[in-house]
Design a protein around this ligand. Structure first.
Ligand code: FES
Length: 104
């Protein structure tokens, strides 16, 4: 379902606060991270060497890549700790009636 450019993705309750949720939306890989009860949507490939961040985990609100342990802030996509140097792309998102909506 599409609403003003936003795609209805998953139920909010399906998104874990321990591990990120990777999804393929209209051919775009998107990662959902639940931090502090809020959900943030970013690109799902690590900017270091392209590992899937869906294989990573959340640690103290930061997203960790399982390949070489780069850390990102899911709120703004910024690198907190390398070896990655480039930020992740952040998609606009919101919750409505228990569902996550993401703008691709
Ligand atoms: S591919 Fe993610 S840290 Fe290297």
């Amino acid at each position: 379902m599409l609403r003003g450019g936003f795609v209805k993705v998953v139920e909010e309750s399906e998104v874990s606060s321990k591990t990120p949720t990777a999804l393929l939306l209209n051919g775009v890989e998107v990662l959902l991270c639940k931090v502090g009860g809020r959900i943030f949507a970013t690109s799902a490939r690590c900017t270091h060497r392209g590992c899937s961040l869906g294989e990573g985990w959340l640690d103290n609100g930061f997203l960790v890549c399982g390949c070489h342990l780069s850390r990102f802030d899911p709120k703004n996509g910024e690198v907190v700790e390398g070896p990655a140097e480039e930020s992740l792309h952040v998609f606009e998102s919101y919750i409505d009636e228990g569902y996550v909506w993401v703008k691709l």
